[in-house]
Design a protein around this ligand. Sequence first.
Ligand code: C5P
Length: 413
Amino acid sequence: MQSLSDKRILLGITGGIAAYKSAELTRRLRDHGAEVRVVMTPAATEFIAPLTLQALSGNPVHTDLLDHEAEAAMGHIELARWADAVVVAPATANFIARLSNGLADDLLSTLCLATAAPLLIAPAMNRQMWQNPATQENIARLQARGVTLLGPASGAQACGEMGPGRLLEPEELAQAIISAGRTNQLAGVSVLVSAGPTREFIDPVRYLSNRSSGRMGYAVARAAEEAGAAVTLVSGPVSLAAPARVKVVEVVSAGQMHDEVLAAAPATDIFVSSAAVADYRTGNAAGQKMKKKDADLLLRLEKTPDILAEVAALDRPPFTVGFAAETENLHDNAKKKLKSKNLDMIAANRVGNGLGFDREENALEVFWTGGSESLATAPKEKLARQLVEIIIARYREKSLEQQHRTRVKDVQD
Ligand code: C5P
């Protein structure tokens, strides 16, 4: 799975010779899974053709605040809202000065003011301009406001000089953008995620399973890893690439998933059970391929262990999050499950009629005791990041409550 899957990056290009590298950066960002929209200052269009960026980004390029056609397609405020991150590469000394003074005299500077998304700038200029106290003061002001600085690198410059002020190389920029998206909100926290379907064999070649793609669980594992957690993913058979820096334990059946999850659970702080575990299995699969018979075939099935309920019933259970796929009475059924399985949180989604399983997009209703939140239809990667944000907030709250209770008990003892 790619590191920038479904991240929406607004790439601002300003007028410097390094603008040619923005073409390659656009490609790299898309290779890493991002959706890219490009905004160019008028000066940037003197260095590189907007058509090049349009072809590489797959989207029309925006250059003018007063362009009626572009505004009608996606207005500047809409663009500012659309972005998950705004990256200005290259950022000239002039643009940095305008930004630090809060000017909004062209489309890109206006967007930078109008967005709530994180802003990242990659300076590129002659070393004297970079080292000039005016530029350094502007940079310091921007950093104090939370703007992330990418580079600059040091080395040979287009003007023939040597020194700091070179734009980072496209892949270095892409990696820096990926790293900037990481947080340490879950540093020191271990997260266990189950994902995918299970297969319950009837004989050596036939099995019962379901349509789960595993995408939601893989996205949750990745979002937790991006938040700094140590993540283990117990996965049924899926055709997804392992997320980077996540320990993946592959299983096939519900029984195997049960054993792996319960072995890992005692050392886990947060368990997210997104697997579509088969509810029934054949007690003993036939050793040989079953022969076709004339009459109907009756399969006797036994219940599989409820992994989630078992984890939640441990003496010291992790913060436990379940999923509920419902075709009807979503709210009531999800809340019932939250109680009956003794969960900390449940994420419910509507399935059937083209919703839910093996789809790119989903919507979730998240419930916990005393609260709920609706997550609107979005790609599963985005939903997973939002879900992990909610989990972090609730997990912290529960940890604080537990600490408080321990303190009260200590005082009473
Ligand atoms: O009860 P129901 O199957 O609808 O609950 C769904 C939740 O329970 C999911 O989080 C799923 O991962 C988990 N589950 C489980 N073991 C089972 C069946 C479901 O952990 N045998």
